[in-house]
Design a protein around this ligand. Structure first.
Ligand SMILES: [Zn+2]
Length: 148
């Protein structure tokens, strides 16, 4: 028997929380980032919030589905020609062309790019980055201080 009940968060749910709650995207923009419809994003984020609430209030352990797989280990690229975006893990080399249209006009998009909603990169960013790094290192998340 386990000591703690577990709440398992899928990587989709984790990404939804990151986009909506950490990066402050509106649902529509966040849905776009994840390549899902706004309705689908709404379902994912609702489910994610419910799980986080169970974790915070129910005293359960929170696990990220997929073990050591985290968004932190992915790089996002975008194609300037067809606007396709995709993610690849670190350590696989920089792609030379778009997987969809084969255009070489591609660029790296770092996670959390504001899409015009945010102005500049404020000082809070470092802290967020550290927290995300910590999430990716541990897979089992400890309760974090509430400061947002
Ligand atoms: Zn393309």
């Amino acid at each position: 028997m386990r000591d703690l009940e577990e709440v398992v968060l899928t990587v989709d749910e984790l990404e939804a929380i990151r986009l909506a709650d950490l990066e402050g995207f509106y649902q529509e923009a966040a849905a776009e980032q994840m390549n899902v419809s706004r309705q689908t994003f709404g379902r994912i984020i609702t489910q994610a919030h419910r799980k986080v609430a169970e974790f915070l209030i129910g005293g359960k352990a929170l696990l990220i589905e997929g073990g050591n797989f985290t968004m932190e280990n992915l790089r996002t690229f975008a194609c300037d020609t067809c606007q396709h975006t995709w993610q690849i893990p670190f350590g696989t080399g920089r792609p030379k062309h778009c997987p969809k249209c084969e255009s070489a006009a591609i660029h790296r998009m770092d996670g959390g790019r504001g899409g015009g909603q945010r102005h500049g990169r404020n000082a809070g960013r470092c802290k967020r980055t550290q927290r995300r790094a910590r999430l990716s290192e541990t897979a089992v998340i400890q309760k974090l201080p509430k400061d947002e």
